[in-house]
Design a protein around this ligand. Structure first.
Ligand code: ATP
Length: 261
């Protein structure tokens, strides 16, 4: 049985069918990428799967349970976490505190008292702190734990966001453009991290514009164009699909062919 199964998902904004009848499924440890040109509906699809938008049609099943339209924090408790395209980091807090805040946000929603309490070492539970340090270790940031988040490089901030999303031990992790704004070295670090998480059995659903990265790490690719799925398959199959190349990838076709080799 699939860990995540999306069927017939759709939503409209007024007259615009932003996503129409999209389906795919994922197994544990699988890396699936959703690609498509700007405005194809990738983020909207993510927002429906992660409970931010209520789909107009279709279903999302997680571990066999119908979780369609369930709120993000309930989904996080059931094992589905996500990161956002724009970093949701508290720049003035330490790296460690950011992970701890993330844990509380996922767990119980944004309760101000919790947020304020986190800045006082008196109220930091030792156990929560230990957990946060382990997550930072996992993403290679433990030595920066006490630094102000605002002082980190962009690539490190992206990894910090992933550490936060890992706080509730997700079975499925949605990453919205994890390499956006990163240089080649930072992208490679994120690449490795994603591969390690998948090797641990986490199913990774990725939206990413860096085609080389997508082709390198994905087991399966879903291609959207104008809100509809126009192709899916392994990287080699998708990159050779004429519909993908002509109707969608356009000027990126050469890059994709090169990336697949
Ligand atoms: N809240 C909204 N209200 C109205 N229209 C929206 C809303 N969110 C997205 N859209 C529209 O839906 C379509 C799909 O947008 P979406 O952001 O999902 O695309 P995308 O593939 O993620 O694009 P990008 O690669 O630029 O991030 C676009 O035409 C966009 O303008």
């Amino acid at each position: 049985m699939s860990l995540l199964a999306v069927e017939g998902l759709g939503i409209s904004f007024g007259e615009l069918h932003a996503v129409r009848n999209v389906g795919f499924s994922m197994k544990p440890g699988e890396i699936v990428s959703v690609i498509g040109p700007n405005g194809a509906g990738k983020t909207t699809l993510f927002n429906m799967i992660s409970g931010i938008y209520l789909p107009k049609s279709g279903t999302v099943h997680l571990g066999g349970e119908d979780v369609t339209g369930m709120s993000p924090h309930l989904l996080a408790r059931r094992g589905l976490s996500r990161t956002f395209q724009n970093l949701q980091i508290f720049q003035a807090m330490t790296v460690l505190e950011n992970v701890m805040v993330g844990y509380h946000l996922h767990e119980r929603g944004p309760v101000i008292a919790d947020l304020l309490g986190l800045s006082s070492s008196r109220r930091r539970s030792h156990e929560a702190e230990e957990k946060a340090r382990m997550l930072l270790e996992r993403v290679g940031l433990v030595r920066a734990a006490e630094k102000e988040a605002g002082s980190l490089s962009y690539g490190a901030l992206k990894r910090l966001e992933i550490a936060r999303a890992l706080a509730l031990k997700p079975k499925v992790l949605l990453l919205d453009e994890p390499a956006a704004g990163c240089n080649a070295v930072e992208t490679e670090e994120i690449d490795h991290l994603i591969a390690e998480l998948a090797a641990d059995g986490i199913a990774i659903l990725l939206v990413e514009h860096d085609m080389k990265m997508v082709m390198r790490i994905s087991n399966h690719i879903v291609v959207l164009d104008f809100g509809e799925k126009i192709a899916e398959g392994d990287p080699a199959t998708v990159s050779r699909n004429p519909r993908v190349i002509q109707a969608y990838l356009g000027t990126q076709a050469a890059e994709v062919t090169y990336a697949v080799g």
